[in-house]
Write a new protein. Structure first.
Length: 323
């Protein structure tokens, strides 16, 4: 069965006249009749009842007409979609944890420079949802800690980001050059909602336990760095954040955490096996930026940390999971 046979049949069903149908299809009447007869032989049913002066659809023809029109409509939609895709502006859909973090904007600036006409759409979602959206195709790349990534998400470590604490400028910690982790034991720590950032919350808990205490949690959560500003500024809690998102707003200061000095592992995330040119470009730009800014070298070249002095990234965070 050929698509042209379906088209000829639909045209004849609409005209109910061989001459007019043949004229619409720009073929001779005999060719139209031959194609219809061939279609009927292939189906094994009579689609048209023909006399010298009249053409009428059979019961089988009425049923076949409905499906034939659907098939032709689907084919036309497929052709339109293909043409649109061929001429569409290239698009990259990117997941970001929080608009305050600087890593992804820097990476995307490099990608945009390489592809000036590229449309970049950023979606602010937590890492667990980034995993889901990468797998089902709603995102092309993301950024976050890769320790909980499913096998269907590939990752590459790009940045070991010094961790610090955000406090009100009147807080005692604000007078210190660096804050020992052990001193957080008496402070209420503000955490993100666990559904949004379980990997970050887990990292903070592990850091605190490495020096012998479980953190005291502030009785409340936030869904972004911006949402935490008022609580921190009022002195109601403190917030552990990496240096890449340390706010510069008045009323707050960021101090690095030491003893141990901890670095949060940021990885580029993408769908495993994705052959997209834009995904490859994002990874290449991220690698180049990481090398140029020393995101990994600065951590690796610092004095060697003993097990008691620092948290090492999870195994998944310490290298590259290839696509």
């Amino acid at each position: 069965m050929e698509l042209r046979q379906l088209r000829y049949f639909v045209t004849l069903a609409e005209e109910l006249h061989f001459g007019r149908a043949a004229a619409r299809e720009h073929i001779v009447q005999s060719a139209l009749s031959q194609q219809l007869q061939r279609l009927e032989r292939e189906l094994g049913v009579l689609l048209m009842q023909r006399t010298t002066h009249h053409v009428q659809l059979s019961a089988a023809g009425v049923a076949f007409l409905i499906e034939a029109r659907e098939i032709l409509a689907h084919v036309e939609r497929a052709a339109v979609a293909a043409r649109r895709a061929a001429h569409a502006t290239p698009t990259l859909r990117v997941g970001i944890v929080d608009a305050s973090y600087t890593s992804m904007p820097l990476i995307l600036h490099e990608v945009q420079h390489r592809y000036p006409d590229l449309e970049i759409h950023q979606v602010e979602v937590g890492v667990p949802e980034q995993f889901q959206r990468l797998v089902d195709g709603r995102l092309d790349v993301g950024l976050g800690r890769a320790s909980l990534a499913p096998p269907t998400v590939a990752s590459e470590l790009l940045r070991l980001d010094p961790l610090g604490v955000l406090v009100a400028e009147e807080h005692d910690f604000a007078r210190l050059a660096a804050v020992p982790v052990a001193t957080l034991a008496t402070e209420p720590l503000l955490f993100a909602e666990d559904e949004r950032a379980p990997e970050f919350n887990q990292f903070i808990v592990q850091m605190c336990r490495s020096v012998g205490f479980a953190p005291t949690l502030y009785r409340g959560t936030v869904d972004s760095i911006r949402a935490s500003a008022d609580l921190v500024r009022q002195g109601r809690c403190v917030l552990c954040v990496p240096s890449s998102c340390a706010p510069t707003a008045t009323g707050m200061v960021w101090r690095p955490l030491v003893e141990p000095t901890s670095r949060y592992p940021w990885s580029l995330l993408w769908r495993a096996g994705d052959p997209s040119e834009l995904v490859r470009a994002a990874l290449e730009c991220a690698r180049a930026l990481s090398q140029r800014l020393g995101w990994l070298v600065s951590a690796q070249s610092s004095p060697a940390a003993t097990p008691a002095e620092g948290l090492l990234p999870d195994k998944e965070d310490a290298g590259c999971a290839s696509a």
